[in-house]
Structures are given as C-alpha cells and as structure tokens.
Ligand binder design. Structure first.
Ligand SMILES: [Zn+2]
Length: 387
C-alpha cells in the first residue's frame, strides 16, 4: 500500500488546470473530463462509480472514501460550463490563466475551482482514520436545467448509504446559502390554420392568438408579483414568484397566415413553494382567454425544485458556525441542490467565486477565496468524517 501524503496546493491547481482544459460546455460530452477526474480520484484511494446518460455522451461521477456506513458528508459540483463564445475574453477561456491575485477561465468560479477542491479533499483525507464517509458527486448538464442531478436521482441504486448532509459548491463568495428559488420551464404551443395571406378567411392566425396569451400571462406575472409567501422576506428585491416570457418562435413568411407559434416561459417559485401550483395558475390563465379552446397546449420542459434547507439542520449549523456566519442567505438562481434535496440530502450552497462573474467573459476566482474554501472545507470534512 502506498504511503499517504498530503495533497499540495500545486497538485490542487493542477487538477483545476486540467478540468478547465476540457471544453465541457453543456452541448459537449463531459466524458473526457470525467475520465481524467476519475483517474485522479481512484489513484488516491477513492471508490469511483459512473452513471452514464442513455446516449453515453454524459456521465455523473460519484467518488467515495471511508467506511460504507450512514452519515458522512457529500461535496457536489457540476462539470459543465456555459458557452465561452462571448466577446471580451482577454485570454483563452479553456486555459487556466494566472493574473496576480486570481485565476481566469471559463468555469473558474462556476464551478471547476470548487470541483478541484472537492477532488483534492477526497484525495487528501486519510481513509484509515475515517469514521464516516466523504463522498464527491460530480454532475453533468447543471447549466441547462440540473439535468444530470435529476438523472442521478433516478440512477442511484443505493449501492451504499449516501450522506444526508451535502455542500454544493456554487460560487457564493464563501457564504452559506440554504435557500434558492426553483426554475420551471414551460412551452406553450399555439395552433392556427395556415393560409395565403390574400385569403385570410381560409386560415386562422396563430400569432394573434399568442398575443392574447402574452397579455394573459402578463396579468398573471403581476398577480404573482403582488403575492407573498413565508420565504419572501429573504428576497428583498424579488419577494415573489417570477414569470419570464422568454422566447417567441413562429410565423413563416409575410404572405402567409401563421399556422403555429410557440412561447417559452420560465417560472421561479420561492423556497417552500411547489412549481405545480404555479403551473396550475398558468393553465387557469390560459383557460380565461376567450375562443382559444384546444388551440393551445402546454408542455413542461424542465423543473428544478427550489431549495429550502432548515436552519436547524446539522450541515447548516456546523458549516455556518465553522465559517462564522449568523445570517440567512438566499439566492435567486436554481442549482443541483434542489433535486438532490429530494433524495433526502440536506444541502447548502457554499463555494469560492462570485455568481456576478460566472457567466461573463474573463470569469475568475481569487486565489484567496480558493485557499479559504480549501481551509474551511478541509477543517470541516476532517471534523465531520474523522471527529
Ligand atoms: Zn454552477
């Protein structure tokens, strides 16, 4: 057996650099990046299991160290990143570039910096001393609707007990976040009858019908805006359900009465609310539109549940205490924590970097935050799993 030695900062940075070098934009396969990380983790004594998507192009990776027993701690991050084809990059987005106090790259903040830390912690911790396991879960396709995490909820076959405490390393600037809104995506298809525009009496205009749908959903948005829930107080700027009429598609040519069109809508319910209630409100709003009848259909295309982790859970109490945080922090973006919480894992978000820079050119994470995240998570995971 190989003698155990601590993981150095250089080794952590090397893992980070290699992760960044794989272009894991959600449209691409994450398998090469997962293979590389799996190699590092198994070289350092972790049991690594893979759960592939049906087409084999995507993989969720789960790494386990320590005894296979109840308890322990889960660290989770996603492989995928948003596209890096915006203007304004001053260095190659897929090369980890050092600039004085920071690392710049696509995914530096969201969230390969954290993934490298989680992998480093798994490698670093001494299995022979552990009383409960440390588990790393690395997902695909978070950025396009927490698809990997939702898959994992279905794929997981209980081959060993999963921890009921989890830290998801979204870039929170090292704040412990125990609430986030959900994100539900709906598609509304409107049917009309196409016709030559010189003979409009032979057709029925789908876009005119969509106009009425948009008006009704705008009224619903304002109704949502006037309503409050138990967690509204944590969202001073947006204490309500958000409804965004986001994408309109339809029409063929200026001389054709449009036979169909489509509206995509995003809804963000508050922590503690159910997306089903908001979807029902959309259905009701559509039903109030006169003479639309069967010409409108609604399809649910994505649903990330909101996160509401109780303040009294062990993970929230211990991590908050460990980093000296007393106030509750809530965010408006959805994350893998929403689906993972449905598996009985009490999750908080905590990670280096800022969401403000996350989906922008020259995305960065400061070395100071990376080091502080390493120190705090290293201390917590030791206390948690070794005692
Ligand atoms: Zn993220």
């Amino acid at each position: 057996m190989q003698a155990r030695r601590a993981i150095t900062e250089r080794e952590r940075t090397d893992v980070f650099r290699r992760l960044v070098a794989f272009d894991t934009t959600s449209a691409n396969s994450n398998v090469p990046a997962a293979d590389d990380l799996a190699g590092f983790l198994s070289d350092h004594g972790c049991r690594v299991d893979r759960f592939a998507s049906d087409d084999g192009q995507k993989v969720n990776l789960i790494a386990h160290k320590g005894p296979q027993c109840e308890g322990g701690l889960l660290l989770s991050g996603h492989f995928d990143v948003v596209p890096a084809n915006e203007e304004g990059w001053e260095s190659d987005p897929f090369t980890l570039t050092e600039h004085d106090d920071r690392f710049v790259a696509r995914g530096a903040a969201d969230m390969k910096g954290f993934v490298a830390i989680a992998a480093g912690l798994l490698a670093d911790i001494d299995a022979t001393q552990m009383k409960t396991p440390l588990v790393g879960l690395f997902t695909h396709d978070e950025e396009i609707g927490t698809i990997g995490a939702q898959q994992f909820c279905k794929q997981w076959d209980q081959r060993y007990p999963l921890p009921t405490a989890g830290i998801i390393g979204e870039p929170t600037e090292l704040q412990v976040v125990r609430m986030h809104k959900g994100h539900t995506k709906l598609r509304i298809d409107i049917a009309g009858t196409p016709a030559h525009s010189g003979y409009p009496h032979l057709g029925s205009n789908a876009i005119e019908k969509l106009g009425r749908v948009i008006t009704a959903l705008t009224a619903l948005r304002l109704e949502f805006k006037s309503q409050r829930s138990k967690t509204s107080e944590y969202y001073p700027e947006t204490p309500f359900v958000i409804l965004n009429q986001a994408v309109v598609e339809g029409g063929a040519a200026v001389n054709i009465v449009p036979g169909s069109c489509r509206l995509t809508v995003g809804i963000r319910v508050l922590p503690g609310q159910k997306s089903g209630d908001a979807i029902e409100a959309v259905r009701r709003a559509l039903r109030t539109i006169p003479s639309l009848g069967g010409d409108v259909s609604l399809t649910l295309i994505g649903d990330t549940p909101p996160l509401l982790t109780d303040a009294s859970t062990e993970i929230n109490k211990r991590l908050s205490q460990h980093v000296g945080q007393t106030k509750t922090v809530a965010v408006s973006y959805a994350s893998d924590a929403g689906p993972l919480a449905t598996m009985g894992i009490n999750c908080v978000l905590y990670g280096p970097g800022s969401i403000e820079v996350a989906h922008k050119p020259n995305e960065f994470v400061t070395k100071d935050q990376l080091n502080r995240a390493w120190e705090s998570l290293s201390g917590l995971s030791r206390k948690w799993c070794i005692g």
